[in-house]
Design a protein around this ligand. Sequence first.
Ligand code: NDP
Length: 263
Amino acid sequence: MSKPLTIEFSGKCIIVTGGNRGIGLGFSRALAKAGARVAIIYKSNKDAPKVAEDLEKEFSVKVRAYKCDVTNAKQTVEMFESIDKELGPVTGLIANAGVSVVKPALELTTEDFKYVYNVNVLGVFNSAVAAAKLWKGKKLENLSIVITSSISSQIINQAATNEPLTQVFYNSSKAAVSNLTMGLAAEWANHNIRVNSVAPGYVKTDQTDNLPDEVIQYEKDHIPMRKFATPDQIAGQALFLLSEYASYMTGGEHRVDGGQLIW
Ligand code: NDP
């Protein structure tokens, strides 16, 4: 009898930006469980090293936390190089770190714009480029980048509550990321690097816990599956895209949204 299909990453090293909490922690946990050595990038959260230590103990694989601001290109390149030396060779990246500012459009400022776009667009770009630089000229198998986008790259969500609130900078930054995914995929396809994105709907994390209650209730009422996802429910798609089962897939945005976009 043939073996069941399993996704496993024994001997592989994967970097997860924002991998210490929320959706990113779901990715780190799933990767550690699948046998990968995991490099968690975080910005400033003091609990991150302990999160890595706990995963390392639970799954008996190397999991390390590295403090790095992905909006800083030089710092990101240097950090990826030192991760590659310590845990590598790195063969995959999940560029997941992201932020939002929830305010009506009339109250949004230039500083809010820079904050959101610097992490969500420039930070993703910096991370992808830092990975591609590591891989340049090396003969490694199945190099894959997965970017955390959002279904808000395609829809204006939260637009129909009593107090419409659309997170215009966040949503438009995800549309930018969706296009960036296609551009990098096209440029790097010949270099054996695949680039895809996962587009979650609502997921229960610190980011969504900060939304107004009425928005949370409205959104749950407008998701066919009537609930937000857990981070673990997003991880399967990312692991699939990183794996060899997805070896002919590049440039796509892949929804995991409880059916939200079909309504
Ligand atoms: P969280 O707010 O729970 O966590 C954000 C993570 O990003 C943290 O690990 C944080 O590090 C890290 N981070 C932020 N800024 C930087 C930076 N400059 N450099 C390095 N790391 C940074 O986010 P979520 O888990 O909710 O979201 C993760 C991704 O998923 C984001 O891209 C988000 O847009 C996307 N997404 C989220 C959805 C949701 O419903 N939650 C839905 C769809 C997409 P630290 O802990 O040190 O602050």
